[in-house]
Ligand binder design. Structure first.
Ligand SMILES: Cc1cc2nc3c(=O)[nH]c(=O)nc-3n(C[C@H](O)[C@H](O)[C@H](O)COP(=O)(O)OP(=O)(O)OC[C@H]3O[C@@H](n4cnc5c(N)ncnc54)[C@H](O)[C@@H]3O)c2cc1C
Length: 305
C-alpha cells in the first residue's frame, strides 16, 4: 500500500476519525506483544466507518478490524495496512424491552452489567470474556455452556467494501463453534441486538460471581494472553492434550505454556510474537506426534514476520 497516500486520504475524515501512525499493536492487544501497524483509524460513527471502508476498498488497501484485541496476535514485523477500530459511538448500549442493542465496540463485561441492571438473564456466560461484542460475533465467543449464537437476535453489518449495509441473524451468519461467516466474508459488525429474558437480579449477580470465581481459579488471568490459544479439537480438549504431552510450563523467551491452564500461552514479560509463535509450533508438533491431533489456533494471527 502507498502509506503516504492512504494517510492523506484518511485526513479527509479527521473530524470524525482518529488516525494513528505506526500504531504499536502490543498496546492494543491483550498479548502485549507484536509490531506496529502502518496506520490505525478509529471512526467515531457508523457512517464514517462505512466511508472509510469504501476508501480502503477503492485504494485496494488491506485492512483488519480490531475490537478489544483479546483474540489477535500481530507478528513482530507489524501490519502493512490499516487497522480499523470502531470508536466511541460504537460503545453505546440501549435497552428495548428484553433486548439490548449494542454498538459493536461495547465490551461483553459492560453489556453483562447492563443486563444485570435491567434484570435480564441469559448473558451471564459472557460476563468474563474480555472482548467486544463485534469480536464476539466474529468468533461466536462462548463459555460455560453459552455462546453468542444463543443470544444474538440480529447484527447490523457493513460489507467489506463499504458498498452496502444489511442485517443478519445468527443463522445467516452461520455461527458455529468459534466460527462465523464473517471469517470468510470480511464484513464488519456495527451493531448487535441481543435477546434476553427477564430474570431475578440476585440470581444473575450470583451466577456472574460464580463464573468469575471459576475463571480466576482456573485461568492465568494475571498474565497477558489471548485466552485459549487453540480451538477445541473434536473429541478432545486442547488443554488436556497439551498437559498430557508434558508441556505445561514449557517456555520460549517470554512465552510460556501456562502452568495453571495448559490451553493458554501467556506472556510472562517481554515475549515477542516470534516467541509465542515458536512455542505454538512446538506444542502443535509434540501433540501431533503423541496423539495424531493437529491443534488449530483460535487466535487470529496477522502481520509480517
Ligand atoms: C483472559 C482471556 C480469556 C478469554 N476467554 C474466552 C472465553 O471464555 N471464550 C471465548 O470465546 N473467548 C475467550 N477469549 C478470547 C476473546 O476474548 C474472544 O474471542 C472475543 O470475542 C474477542 O473479541 P475482541 O473484541 O477482543 O476481538 P479482537 O481480538 O479485536 O478480534 C478478533 C477477531 O474479530 C474480528 N473483529 C473484531 N471486531 C469486529 C467487528 N466489529 N466486525 C467484524 N470483525 C470484527 C477481528 O478482525 C479479528 O479477526 C479470552 C481472551 C482472554 C485474553
Amino acid at each position: 500500500m502507498d502509506r503516504q497516500r492512504i494517510r492523506k486520504l484518511l485526513e479527509e475524515y479527521r473530524k470524525s476519525a482518529e488516525i494513528i501512525e505506526d500504531a504499536p499493536m502490543a498496546r492494543y492487544t491483550s498479548f502485549r506483544a507484536g509490531g506496529a501497524a502502518d496506520l490505525m483509524v478509529i471512526p467515531e460513527d457508523a457512517q464514517t466507518l462505512r466511508q472509510i471502508l469504501q476508501l480502503l476498498s477503492e485504494e485496494e488497501c488491506p485492512f483488519v478490524l480490531l475490537g478489544n484485541g483479546t483474540n489477535i496476535l500481530v507478528r513482530d514485523g507489524g501490519y502493512r495496512g490499516v487497522i480499523v477500530k470502531p470508536g466511541e459511538e460504537f460503545q453505546n448500549i440501549r435497552t428495548e424491552g428484553n433486548e439490548l442493542v449494542c454498538g459493536s465496540g461495547a465490551l461483553l463485561s459492560v453489556i453483562a452489567k447492563a443486563a444485570l441492571h435491567e434484570g435480564l438473564a441469559g448473558f451471564e456466560f459472557a460476563s468474563g470474556i474480555p472482548g467486544s461484542v463485534g469480536g464476539a460475533v466474529f468468533m461466536n465467543a462462548g463459555a460455560y455452556g453459552g455462546e453468542i449464537k444463543d443470544v444474538l437476535k440480529e447484527a447490523a453489518l457493513v460489507s467489506k467494501d463499504g458498498s452496502k449495509e444489511y442485517t443478519a441473524s445468527a443463522e445467516d451468519l452461520d455461527l458455529g463453534y468459534r466460527h462465523s461467516a464473517l471469517q470468510e466474508s470480511g464484513d464488519v459488525v456495527t451493531e448487535v441486538r441481543i435477546a434476553l429474558q427477564p430474570g431475578d437480579p440476585e440470581a444473575i449477580r450470583e451466577r456472574m460471581a460464580e463464573l468469575t470465581r471459576k475463571r480466576n481459579e482456573k485461568q492465568p488471568v494475571s498474565y497477558p494472553s489471548a485466552g485459549s490459544f487453540f480451538k477445541r479439537p473434536e473429541g478432545y480438549f486442547a488443554g488436556k492434550l497439551i498437559q498430557d504431552a508434558g508441556l505445561k510450563g514449557l517456555t520460549v523467551g517470554g512465552a510460556q505454556v501456562s502452568e495453571l491452564h495448559a490451553g493458554f500461552i501467556i506472556n510472562t514479560g517481554g515475549a515477542t510474537a516470534a516467541d509465542i509463535l515458536q512455542l505454538m509450533d512446538i506444542v502443535r508438533g509434540v501433540v501431533f506426534e503423541q496423539n495424531g491431533v493437529m491443534l488449530e489456533p483460535e487466535v487470529r494471527i496477522i502481520g509480517e514476520v
